[in-house]
Design a protein around this ligand. Structure first.
Ligand SMILES: Cc1cc2nc3c(=O)[nH]c(=O)nc-3n(C[C@H](O)[C@H](O)[C@H](O)COP(=O)(O)OP(=O)(O)OC[C@H]3O[C@@H](n4cnc5c(N)ncnc54)[C@H](O)[C@@H]3O)c2cc1C
Length: 382
């Protein structure tokens, strides 16, 4: 077995395959969690999803985090907490009511807060906030900690700094696929491409994915302030930034969501932008706008110092759904990429499902909507 990419999806695939007794080689161009999985917020959340395959997957993803925490694998790494979606104006309130109805129709347990009840539940939020809807049973995990735990538990040594440069037929004439690296050709019974933004080029799907950058801010610790929030605070602007209702600024093509996440450490993680770019730099304009909107929503944050800013690049797809499954026409070649802003939530689940496919079992999650065959393949195996 060869798994390409040691982000959360590759690490989870490696873990679940190893657990089933497969011998796995995990090949990574840089280092574990070097890309999106090491530069994410870490919401394990269904709150912002629309009913449909992504909501179904997110619910299953959260359930798996809980199970793996109880089993001990994720002990100490998964923080259970709700997401509180807040509307700061009339337009957002309308959007929130509509979104909450969709969540409720899927059986999600919600709590609504307005007026005095809102002030008592969220004492730190600004008085202009009109409506809050709390989505329970969610959580948070730091991507690189999950990656580290999965790889350690798999017992596999990551082959770091080894970029896969292409795919080609195995020498045995079986028609199966092997991977080419700078160190030579690696053959395997199965190849799983979980290379995030590097996957599409390897698979002849460059037209199917696109990079989407996000900038994030971390504050110093303030345990008392963090404890005043029951969970992460998600402005409805986040929904709008994920929506078809694009609020991109004409000059930059950026969208600004806002999530204020109180971490286990008492720090706050504040994010994030959605920018159609492929770089990991931070800029003053984005950071200051994120901070200004965070302070507007939760004024006491103004007292805290910023200790870190960073950026990561999500791998988005043209139709908003990830690409997971067997590559059409290639029995031993599978792909799992295109998780945009949901890969921390979905990574372990997808790793488990890929391991099921490799073992010839039926997946628990219906992966049909994510099938790679929905995109046209271009010159896959050279
Ligand atoms: C700012 C930001 C905020 C986010 N917030 C959240 C959130 O709150 N909740 C959530 O669920 N998700 C969130 N995400 C999304 C999440 O981080 C990603 O969806 C997830 O990490 C993708 O994991 P992956 O394993 O598919 O890819 P990656 O983590 O990108 O890993 C791919 C790996 O493959 C390697 N690679 C690439 N090409 C090759 C090659 N040719 N050969 C060998 N190796 C290769 C790379 O070096 C990399 O290590 C966020 C992302 C960003 C950027």
């Amino acid at each position: 077995m060869v798994v390409v990419g040691a982000g959360i999806v590759g690490a989870a695939t490696c873990y679940f395959l190893s657990k089933r007794g497969f011998r796995v080689r995990l090949i990574e161009a840089a280092a574990p969690a070097a890309a999106a999985s090491g530069a994410a917020d870490g919401a394990v959340s269904v709150a912002s999803k629309r009913p449909g395959p992504m909501m179904t997957a997110a619910l299953a993803g959260i359930a798996l985090y809980r199970q793996l925490e109880q089993d001990g694998l994720f002990a100490g790494l998964f923080k259970s907490r709700p997401t509180v979606m807040v509307a700061e104006n009339e337009k957002e309130a309308e959007r929130l009511v509509e979104h909450a109805a969709a969540l409720a129709s899927e059986g999600m347990g919600l709590r609504y807060f307005e007026g005095g009840a809102l002030r008592r539940h969220l004492p730190g939020v600004a008085p202009h906030v009109r409506l809050a809807v709390e989505v329970g049973e969610e959580g948070h995990a730091i991507g690189y900690e999950i990656v580290r735990r999965l790889i350690a538990a798999s017992g596999v040594t990551v082959e770091r700094g080894v970029a896969v440069t292409g795919l080609g037929p195995k020498d045995d004439g079986s028609g199966a696929t092997a991977v080419r690296t700078a160190l030579g050709v690696v053959e395997a019974d199965h190849v799983v491409i979980a290379a995030g933004g590097g996957s599409a080029a390897l698979l002849g799907l460059p037209h199917a994915t696109q990079p989407r950058k996000g900038q994030l801010v971390v504050t110093e610790r303030s345990p008392a302030l963090a404890a005043s929030l029951p969970g992460s605070l998600m402005s409805c602007r986040y929904l709008l930034s994920k929506d078809a209702i694009r609020v991109a600024s004409a000059e930059t093509g950026r969208r600004f969501g806002l999530v204020i996440d109180p971490l286990r450490t008492g720090q706050f993680l504040i994010g994030s932008t959605r920018e159609e770019r492929d770089d990991t730099g931070n800029d003053h304009d984005a950071v200051s706008r994120l901070l200004a909107s965070a302070v507007k929503l939760m004024p006491a944050l103004a007292r805290l110092r910023v200790i870190r800013v960073f950026a990561g690049v999500r791998t988005a797809t043209r139709d908003g759904l990830p690409i997971v499954g067997r590559m059409p026409g290639f029995e031993n070649l599978l792909v799992a990429t295109g998780f945009e802003g949901d890969g921390i939530c979905l990574g372990p689940l997808i790793g488990r499902e890929i391991a099921r496919m490799v073992a010839g079992e039926t997946t628990e999650l219906d992966l049909t909507p994510f099938a790679p065959g929905r995109f046209e393949l271009r010159s896959l195996v050279a």
